[in-house]
Ligand binder design. Sequence first.
Ligand code: SF4
Ligand code: SF4
Length: 163
Amino acid sequence: MPPLHQLHLDIDARVDDIRAHHADWLCRMGCDLCCRRLAEIPALTRAEWDLLKAGLLKLSPTQLDVVRHKMLALSEQLTRPVVCPLLDEVAGACSLYEYRPVACRTYGFYVQRDLGLYCNAIKTEVEQGALAEVVWGNHDTIDRRLNALGDTRDLTEWFAELF
Ligand code: SF4
Ligand code: SF4
């Protein structure tokens, strides 16, 4: 099995376990604040880009044109945070959900030692002690596995190479 696929399965297992104990978990369709307020342009490994590219190639010419314009604007944007160019802002959902990068799969369910990595909504619950029993995923482990998936570039750089 390709390493990226195995990584997805392992992340899904942790996410499913957390959801199984919290039917009302905050991350759900329509909650898109994390995609609207990215600290930086998403960075992807080559394996993640290959998957995302497969999704992009399935978009209609019109959809791809919208993404192209957003990518160009993002590559020229100097301010932060940024809105992900793959976010369907009307639906409040990822337009390439099945193809999304690893960071999008772990965010909200994994934490990094000393950093947390909580979004503000989850951070508030953590600070109130509401999620004290959650077994969070370990993002340091994810990062080590990502390092083996090829070189890493910003999403806009990968996109500019192909489209
Ligand atoms: S990480 Fe936060 S903002 Fe993103 S989907 Fe989960 S609860 Fe919503
Ligand atoms: S790729 Fe999709 S899930 Fe990830 S930040 Fe962009 S819109 Fe959100």
